[in-house]
Design a protein. Structure first.
Length: 213
């Protein structure tokens, strides 16, 4: 697809991920930092980045993190279900990142495509993630707060919740380049979360459906 777009001088936008990094940095990751994916997913996304660049056309690679939406399976929906089913949960607190709403990603891509069409020199790799950075545990607390769900959360380290694929501890992304180049600023994920919850058919309906399961 990138090659076909390049032949027609069309801007090609590619969504990548914080998983291209190993999570070892103590600061937010910048676009020019050395990559080091911990697993196959991150490695495959990094290979995709290389392919887009190699195509040689106007392009933007947008690395993002912790994507959530009112649609599909994601952390917000999982927490809503578990929060209703359980009185208490243990959630990882040593992984830090920026939750990012799919709607905000789509809006950013539209802005980038428009500007790339008139100024291909803006081609490159950019970071985009919600603000402020937060742990999974504190993200869950905000979900329950906004949804009006009572569920106690205990902080645990990643070592207490092993997963098949290793996750980077530090998923914070430095998004200043995107702001400077495209005038796109980091969205407040708490506002996006409120919109996501409002896009459900009412939290009470969701409560009833999950309680009946």
């Amino acid at each position: 697809m990138a090659k076909a777009a390049a032949k027609r001088a069309l801007p090609f936008l590619h969504i990548s991920t914080d998983y291209v990094f190993d999570g070892s940095a103590t600061r937010a990751w910048r676009e020019d930092d050395a990559t080091g994916p911990l697993g196959v997913y991150g490695a495959s996304k990094l290979a995709g980045e290389h392919g887009v660049r190699a195509a040689g056309g106007p392009h933007a690679i947008l690395r993002t993190s912790w994507v959530v939406s009112a649609h599909g399976n994601n952390f917000v929906k999982t927490m809503l279900r578990l929060g209703i089913e359980c009185d208490a949960l243990s959630i990882v607190a040593d992984q830090i990142g920026g939750p990012t709403c799919a709607r905000d990603i789509a809006a950013a891509l539209m802005t980038m495509a428009t500007q790339l069409h008139t100024d291909p020199s803006k081609s490159g790799t950019y970071h985009f993630a919600g603000t402020p950075s937060v742990s999974w545990a504190d993200f869950a607390r905000e979900i329950f707060k906004q949804a009006g769900i009572t569920c106690d959360i205990s902080d645990i380290p990643s070592s207490a919740y092993p997963t098949p694929a290793a996750r980077p501890l530090n998923s914070k992304l430095d998004c200043s380049k995107l702001s400077t180049t495209f005038d796109i600023n980091r969205p407040d994920w708490r506002v996006g979360l409120s919109d996501i919850l409002n896009n459900f058919e009412g939290i009470e309906v969701v409560r009833q459906n999950w309680t009946a399961c």
